[in-house]
Design a binder for this molecule. Sequence first.
Ligand code: GH3
Ligand code: MG
Ligand code: MG
Ligand code: MG
Length: 304
Amino acid sequence: MMTANEGIPVVLIVDDVPTNIKVLANALRHEYRVKVASRGEDALRGARLEPQPDLILLDVMMPEMDGYEVCRRLKSDPVTEFIPVIFITARDTDEDQELGFNLGCVDYITKPFSLPIAKARIRTHLRLKRQTDALERLSHIDQLTGLANRRQLVTTFGMEFKRAAREGLPLSVLIVDIDHFKDYNDHYGHGAGDVCLCQVALSLMKSLSRPGDLVTRYGGEEFVVLLPATNRADAYALGERLRENILQLNIPHAFSSSAPVVSVSIGGTTADTLIDADSPESLLERADKMLYRAKEMGRNRTVF
Ligand code: GH3
Ligand code: MG
Ligand code: MG
Ligand code: MG
């Protein structure tokens, strides 16, 4: 997955002829951040390096690796596959252009070309890229709390699960559920309920310290915390810390039987080494069973 650039778009120009690069770079550098490469290998490297390009202008005829091959490799690398490519080339037959589009380019500009028209097409594709990035970001974020959402959890959990299996590392999961939240809504109002959800979300986020940890809003008043490379003892201790930090928010909840303030129950599970029968779903099920037990035992506690 690639990270989107904030602010000025980054354009990578790839051409083996320095004057060609100069012409394009001069035309674009006032509007964009320009990166250049004169060889296919350098282009592939430059496409992976931060800041990643938002658009690649790709010459076809180059010694060693030609532009078509560069495009093929960009599109088969998950890190670069979504960067739009525009060919700019003297290879102008229908077959050439068809090949270019089949390889996944978004546009094909034949030389000689009109600079204003090329710039207009570049602008169009950068606008589309910005819109796609914005939608991509939104699709993984919960609107109310700003946390990652369930869709993001599914993606990340799948990746972390595979990684844990490959590297033989433990993987822990927590489900955090607000206690008596229906009563909270009923007595304080839905608006106050929303504010409470945001405060709990922020507390969870702030309580996690490792960059690999992920906290997501899983559903209404339920949050799932994914803890890669974390053993049972550490995951339990973290659960207790999350729970205590939420208690300490001191959000009054006069209608809760577990505490006079908003509290959470946490169900957790750890796969020390993953076995064949395990899956992200089975781990979540186990955590959910533990959550149920925590509720039964009186809430405001962490159960593994
Ligand atoms: P328990 O202690 O057993 O978890 O009880 P509970 O009342 O928290 O559980 P229940 O599942 O009965 O109720 C969950 C409540 O969460 C009901 C629903 O109205 C509320 N809720 C879910 N999503 C939102 C939301 O986005 N905003 C607000 N304000 N409330 C929400
Ligand atoms: Mg060339
Ligand atoms: Mg619930
Ligand atoms: Mg609840």
